[in-house]
Design a protein around this ligand. Structure first.
Ligand SMILES: [Zn+2]
Length: 415
């Protein structure tokens, strides 16, 4: 097994490079839309039966016209370059991965039944993927790598990208030994430009297949961001109240501006910047929390709840703000890197079950305390859910198949 990590660095393209990158983004956007148009036309041409007349004047194609698959469309690129010479400005691999991206979105739609790929409006294409490098594209950091200090370099570090040349990069954290750069995604954000560098190593991390050590159940929620089965409760940062207040203010200002005016554009940029800022902060918070959780236990269990469905409920906005789905992904990743076991358990009724005697204890959202009428077990409501999640984790994930009495014991010892 190889280990892949994504490191994000800020990059500083000069004016010329910035103009080039922006132009590439625009070309990629148009070719994305073109490819999507082809896909959509093909789909609408199959919508009505062959022997009927299409009432909605759908685009008519020969029945033998092949489905514009990824390979089909990718093979069209060299021909398309002859007709649209501007395509040749973009490195061809970047164009290919751009088409790949459309087909990933299409496959996602076919598997899940929602999220049909959409046309991208001007400025909506924000990233370019450079999928492979023959040589290490980073220069200026290896020389001092051997020295004692953790951050030895003061020298300028440059990232070499095809057709673009060398871009200055702030390598705020060095690339660990034994890792090779596989791909680089360049992203345009309101704050500036960033490069997400995927690095890979063949060092074999032991695949953690069975739970071990100390077991920990986690419950995430809105009243407390996170509760563990060991009675630890993380209050959460009130989902960045002040940051959101500022965002609201900026949005209100934006709504008063005339569309298409210069001031509108300025205000829009500010709103985008604030969105980015909140996203950065949240991610940072979640990474730190994930490491904290890994410090507290060896086998970690969470609910298999679909947070997107939860977000459709009446607490929708708050659920999205909290980013539970992202937190679970981050935690999974951190567990992998730190050699901890991560498992999901059935979410149904975790908050309505007594972790001690497994009786059903009905609670409404406003009941903050778990108080079992069967065995008299009392504790914080979220902690009780976390303990039930832990019980289920042991039952469903443990190979030894710990029997029920033992799991009850575990909780009793804690209580
Ligand atoms: Zn009970």
């Amino acid at each position: 097994m190889t280990l892949t990590l994504n490191y994000t660095y800020r990059i500083y393209p000069d004016n010329k490079q910035e103009a080039m990158l922006s132009e590439w983004l625009e070309i990629c956007r148009r070719s994305y839309n073109y490819a999507l148009r082809e896909l959509k036309d093909w789909i609408s041409s199959r919508k009505c039966l062959v022997d009927r007349c299409s009432l909605e004047s759908e685009y008519i194609m020969a029945a033998s016209y092949p489905f514009p698959s990824y390979h089909q469309q990718q093979n069209q690129l060299p021909k398309a370059k002859k007709v649209y010479p501007e395509l040749a400005k973009v490195p061809s691999q970047v164009l290919q991965t751009n088409v790949r991206r459309l087909h990933d979105a299409w496959d996602f739609f076919r598997n899940r039944g929602f999220g049909f790929p959409r046309f991208k409006k001007y400025g909506q294409m924000k990233s370019l993927l450079f999928p492979q490098f023959r040589d290490n594209p980073l220069t200026g950091w290896q020389i001092e790598q051997g020295s004692a200090s953790r951050f030895p370099r003061q020298a300028q570090v440059l990232l070499q990208l095809p057709k673009l040349g060398k871009v200055e990069v702030n390598l705020h954290r060095p690339i660990p030994n034994g890792f090779v750069i596989k791909q680089v995604r360049v992203i345009k954000k309101a704050k500036g430009w960033f490069a997400v560098v995927s690095i890979q190593s063949d060092i074999t991390l032991p695949e953690i297949e069975t739970p071990f050590g100390h077991f920990l159940g986690l419950d995430v929620g809105l009243s407390s961001y996170l509760a563990t089965s060991d009675n630890y409760v993380e209050k959460g940062r009130l989902f960045f109240k002040s940051e959101y207040r500022k965002l609201k203010l900026l949005q209100r200002r934006l709504s008063r501006k005339n569309k298409r005016s210069k001031n509108y554009e300025k205000a829009r940029k500010k709103v985008e910047k604030q969105h980015n800022h909140i996203a950065f902060k949240r991610k940072d918070y979640q990474f730190k929390l994930a490491h904290k959780v890994c410090d507290m236990g060896d086998s970690i269990f969470m609910e298999d709840i679909d947070f997107r469905i939860m977000a459709k409920g009446f607490l929708g906005k708050h659920t999205l703000d909290a980013g539970f789905g992202q937190f679970r992904d981050i935690l999974k990743y951190v567990c992998k890197v730190r050699g901890k076991y991560f498992g999901l358990v059935d979410h149904r009724g975790t908050s309505q079950t007594c972790p001690n005697c497994r009786a059903e204890v009905r609670k409404t959202l406003s009941d903050r305390v778990h108080d079992c009428h069967e065995c008299g077990y009392q504790c914080d409501r979220d902690v009780a859910s976390a303990q039930e999640i832990c019980n289920r984790g042991i039952e469903t994930h443990s190979r030894q198949g710990l029997c029920r009495t033992e799991t009850v014991c575990q909780v009793e010892v804690r209580g």
